[in-house]
Ligand binder design. Structure first.
Ligand code: BEZ
Length: 210
C-alpha cells in the first residue's frame, strides 16, 4: 500500500555510493529527504543531482540528510558521477542508492507502472526526526524538480514542528505565518509576543516566530 502522510517510513539496508547504509541508523535524529530519479546517464537527472550537491550546505543548516536512489546499480552511479561534477560544477556529496532489484523503489511506491514499469518516477519523501512521512511529491520523469521549493517546504515543516503555526500560500521564510486553529486568542497573545492580527476568527497571523 502507498505510504501516506504521518506513516512511519520503512527502514532498509542498501548499497550506496558511500557504502552500505542502514536508512534509519544513517538518519539518526535528523530530518531526511529520500528522492528517486529515473535512470543514470540521463539529462534531467544530471542537473537535479548537481543542484542537490550545490544545496547541500542548505540541507545541513536544516539538520537534514539527503539521499538519492535510482534502479541502476552503484557501479553505474560511480561511472556517472564524474559527468555530474563536470557538467554541473558540483560533485556528488551525498549518497546515491543502487536499487537494481527495485526492492526499495517498490517499498516506497516509486514505480508507477502506468508511467513506466522500468524506471522510478521522481519521488521526494521528507521524513521527520520521528521517522514519519511529512511530505511526498511526485513528478514525472520529464519535469525536473524545484529544490528551492523543497527547502521552502522544509522550512515550513520545521517551523510548524516548533510552533503551533501554519504557513499561507506562497509563504517564504521571514513572512508572517498563520496562528494554528487549535490556539485560542488568549493563548496566541502569550505564545506570539510579536503580536497577533485577527483578520477573521479563523484567520489570524503573526510575524514568523523564533
Ligand atoms: C532525464 O533525466 O532526462 C530522463 C530520465 C528518464 C526519462 C526521461 C528523462
Amino acid at each position: 500500500m502507498a505510504l501516506r502522510l504521518g506513516d512511519e517510513v520503512p527502514d532498509f539496508t542498501a548499497d550506496t555510493t558511500q557504502g552500505q547504509i542502514n536508512f534509519w541508523e544513517w538518519l539518526g535524529g535528523d530530518w531526511g529527504i529520500l528522492f528517486s530519479h529515473p535512470a543514470d546517464f540521463t539529462p534531467v537527472c544530471t542537473t537535479e543531482l548537481g543542484e542537490v550537491a550545490r544545496l547541500q550546505p542548505e540541507f545541513q543548516k536544516r539538520h537534514t540528510k539527503v539521499i538519492g536512489l535510482s534502479v541502476d546499480p552503484v557501479d553505474s552511479h560511480n561511472q556517472w558521477v564524474g559527468d555530474i561534477a563536470e557538467t554541473q560544477g558540483h560533485a556528488l556529496n551525498y549518497p546515491l542508492i543502487g536499487d537494481p532489484d527495485r526492492r526499495i523503489a517498490n517499498l516506497y511506491g516509486m514505480i508507477h507502472p502506468n508511467a513506466s514499469d522500468t524506471f522510478t518516477v521522481r519521488s521526494v519523501f521528507v521524513i521527520g526526526p520521528d521517522k514519519k512521512l511529512k511530505l511526498e511529491l511526485t513528478y514525472p520523469a520529464s519535469v525536473g524538480r524545484n529544490f528551492a521549493e523543497i527547502l521552502r517546504v522544509l522550512d515550513s515543516l520545521q517551523l510548524g514542528a516548533a510552533h503551533p503555526i501554519a504557513t499561507p500560500v506562497n509563504w517564504q521564510p521571514g513572512d508572517d505565518v498563520i496562528v494554528g486553529l487549535s490556539v485560542s486568542n488568549e493563548e496566541a497573545e502569550k505564545r506570539f509576543p510579536k503580536g497577533v492580527r485577527i483578520i477573521k476568527p479563523y484567520l489570524r497571523t503573526t510575524p514568523q516566530p523564533g
